[in-house]
Structures are given as C-alpha cells and as structure tokens.
Ligand binder design. Structure first.
Ligand code: IFM
Length: 452
C-alpha cells in the first residue's frame, strides 16, 4: 500500500463514481418523466429477474448519507450523472424545477463536504419522449441535448467546474440500438451507427454551452476503451484486432480528438448504412477542444478472424484467464496499453480514469464489513499499471472507482455488485467494504491536500 501511494502526485484526484438510473430510484417523484431505461426494464425478459431501477438504492432520498460516506472516505471528488428526464420530463421544452433542485442540493452538499462535484450529463437514460421521436439515430436528439446542457449549466455552472458530456457513447449506441441488450433494445445496425454519430454531435454541441460565460469550466467526455489483441502472433488475426479497435476505440476517439472518422472503419461499415447521418460540417463541432478525456477501462478483447465463411468476421476468444463475476478478463496490463495508445495517438489530452472496478460475488457482511480482497487486488493492479504509464509520460490526473455503491447493473439488474460500499438491497443499509477502507487509506497516503 505505502509503496503504491508513493507513486501518485499529491494533486492526483481520487474519487468514486455512480450514475443516476443505477442509484437514484424515485422514478416517479417530483415530476420526473420516464426514461428509456424505465420502459426497457419493465419489459419481460430484458433484465435479470425483471429487476428495475424503480427503487435502486434510493439515493434520491439518501443522498446526504452517501455524500457523508464519500467524505468519510476522504476522497477528493464524486462523479455522478444527471437524469435528463428529471430536468426535462419530456426531453425538451419545459423544465421541471424540482428535478433541477435535487442536483442543486446535491452539488451544495458535496461542496460543503469538501468534495468536488463531477457531473455527467448523459449516462444512458434518454427521456422516453425523445426515443418516441426516434431516439439517438435522429439528429434532433443531439440538438435537444445541447439545450438540456445549457439548462443544467445555467443552474449549476456557478459551482461545478468539471463537466462530462456523455458517458460511454459506444454502449448507448451499439448495445442500445445494435445488440439490443440495453435500452431501448433495438437491433438495427444502421441506427446504431447513426446513433453513435449523433452522440458525438450532442457532445460537440454541448461543449460551448457548458463553457459560455464560465471560463473556469473544464469540459471532457467519457469513453469506454478496451485493450484489443489478436489471438496469436501469426498475423492471421491482426485485421480482426484492427477492426475491433477501430469500432470500439478509434470510432469514438478520432472524431472527438482529431475531427475525423477513421477511414478504415468507414470502409468496414460501408455496407451497413447509418453513416449518411454524418455531415462534413459536423466534424468541426464534434472536435471542440477539450480539457480532458475520461477513460473507463474494464478489460481486454482478444479477437480472431472467424473460421466461418459468411458469418461474423471476428470471433471474441474466451481465454483461460482470471475473470470478474461479470465474466470479464482481469487484465490490468491492458489499462497501461490503452493509456499509452491514447498518449501516442492523441498526445496533448490530459486523462482521468473516470471508471475502473469490478463485480465480484461478495461475501455477506461479517463483523460490520466485507472482506473483498479480490476487489482490492483488482484496483491495486490497475493502479500499478496506471502509475507505470504515468512514469512513461502519460498525463493521467485522477482515478474514480466504479462504483461507490452496489447498484443496478443495467441488464444484469442487482446480480452484479461493483460497489466499494455494500448495499443490502432489502434494507438499503450501506456498509463500506474492505476495499473502501483500503482505497480511502491509499488516497489519504498519496495526498497532502487539506480536508474540509
Ligand atoms: O455499471 C456500468 C456503468 O454504468 C458504465 N460503465 C461500466 C459499468 C460496469 O458495467
């Protein structure tokens, strides 16, 4: 522990992250409108055992307790997302003051606790009314997002400094509109590609709205990036790796940071449709200069050229490798690779790890805590890889544990626990796990900052 803590600058930001639909509950309170996740989770067979975010972990009512928890852990920052349907129940037009007031209180509470608020404007819970009008495959949704960003910035921008526009647009577009395993559950590849472009555009349109009149604002976007490797070094699978790196990483990094789509990926997807949504003039908007890139890192994909003619061109290889409860390979070296790749290809952008963590089948609370040594090992391994990358010159400025609390893990419902704080889903009692104590001690030891 102490050796690890010595590897981070005192100014390194230590935080924990959550998102609105995963923790808030109170889906019908204070005028909140329905989001696509309310609709999706209510459909039979969409989520594990029919779980929904209706109550989640009741953060909407218990937020003071949750803020106190982050404060007790002595972290610097708290990353959360704002529910668009609380702020604009119909996704456009009318603003619901009670929804905005909730985030207003939360921001004040965080600042009073000496914590920096890091809001994300979109973490997948699109207002249902906008989906009814076509959703992310429709250009107008991006315009509506910019208006919503303006509303939130006007309400909170006097106190919030660090903004994230969208979280993991790959998931929102490709899992939501392509694979259909996330809301809104559509399986239309062309719509998924159009959605990805409009998510980029939404981000780009929102950036000036967040900055306008707020010179101190720092604006970024959060992407989920993967290490991608070919199944062996024969060269036979290199093109499969190029394709997957292209679609999962570069399709999202290049427009935002370089102002262009990767040509090889445009060629790969040429027959799919959806790219007609891209207008040449959009790219300058999408590439609005940013203050930071948020990276969410969880795992590596090992890929192979498919042996089946006519089938999908890429196979995802299941390695014999230690895995989390989500079945994802535990691969901290991959984080180092992702960081070096970003540093090499987009050199000037400061990076924050806005999510990293793991689900494990945590034991029950015993003697007031939970011994989640597997999670401690996971986080420690990833932080070592991060520190190695920093030693090599990569500009990483902070790390947010995913997640502060056990919560609604989307299609997996409450079956996967990512929290450093355990939540009893019946009583909603919060209990910091051993990993929370360990993480707090690491943050404390590596930082000389004064605490509020
Ligand atoms: O729970 C999610 C989060 O909402 C987005 N990033 C990945 C996490 C774990 O799956």
């Amino acid at each position: 522990m102490s050796a690890l803590s010595q590897r981070f600058d005192p100014g390194f930001v230590w935080g924990a992250a959550t998102s609105a639909y995963q923790i808030e509950g109170a889906v019908k309170e204070d005028g909140r409108g329905p989001s696509i996740w309310d609709t999706f989770a209510a459909q039979p067979g969409r989520t594990f055992d029919g779980h929904t975010g209706e109550v989640a972990v009741d953060h909407y009512h218990r937020w003071p307790e949750d803020v106190a928890l982050v404060r007790e852990l002595g972290l610097d920052a708290y990353r959360f997302s704002i529910s668009w349907s609380r702020v604009q129940p119909e996704g456009s037009g009318r603003v619901e003051p009670r929804g905005l007031a909730f985030y207003d209180r939360l921001v004040d509470g965080l600042l009073e606790a000496g914590l920096e608020p890091w809001p994300t404007l979109f973490h997948w819970d699109l207002p249902q009314a906008l989906e009814d009008a076509g959703g992310w495959p429709v250009r107008d949704t991006a315009e509506r997002f910019a208006d919503y960003a303006q509303i939130v910035a006007d309400a909170l921008g006097d106190r919030v400094r660090s903004w994230t526009t969208t979280n993991e647009p790959w998931c929102a577009a490709f899992l939501g509109y392509g694979a259909g395993i996330h809301a809104p559950g559509r399986t239309e590849p062309a719509a998924a590609l159009a959605a990805s472009h409009h998510l980029h555009l939404a981000h780009g349109l929102a950036v000036p709205r967040l900055r306008e009149g707020r010179p101190e604002a720092r604006v970024g976007v959060t992407l989920n990036l993967y290490a991608v490797s070919p199944a062996d070094d024969t060269g036979r699978h290199d093109d499969a790796a190029r394709r997957i790196d292209g679609l999962m990483n570069r399709w999202f990094l290049d427009p935002v940071l370089l102002g262009r789509y990767p040509q090889d990926v445009l060629e790969d997807v040429a027959g799919v449709g959806g790219t007609e949504a891209i207008r040449a003039e959009d790219l300058a908007v999408i590439a609005a200069p940013l203050d930071f890139l948020g990276i969410n890192y969880y795992s590596r994909h090992v890929v192979a050229a498919s042996p089946w003619p006519g089938a999908s061109e890429v196979d995802f290889v299941n390695r014999e490798w230690p895995k989390t409860a989500s079945g994802w390979d535990i691969d901290p070296a991959g984080l180092g690779e992702v960081l070096r790749q970003v540093h090499r290809d987009y050199p000037s952008i400061p990076i924050y790890i806005t999510e990293n963590g793991a689900a494990f089948d945590d034991l029950e609370v015993r003697d007031g805590t939970i011994d989640d040594q597997d999670r401690i090992d996971f986080v420690a391994g990833h932080l070592e890889a991060l520190a190695d990358a920093v030693d090599d010159g990569v500009d990483v400025r902070g790390y947010f544990a995913w997640s502060l609390l056990d919560n609604f893990e989307w299609a997996e419902g409450y079956a996967k626990r990512f929290g450093i704080v355990h939540v009893d889903f019946d009583t909603l009692v919060r209990t910091p796990k051993a990993s929370a104590r360990w993480f707090a001690e690491l943050a404390r030891a590596s930082s000389t900052k004064e605490r509020a």
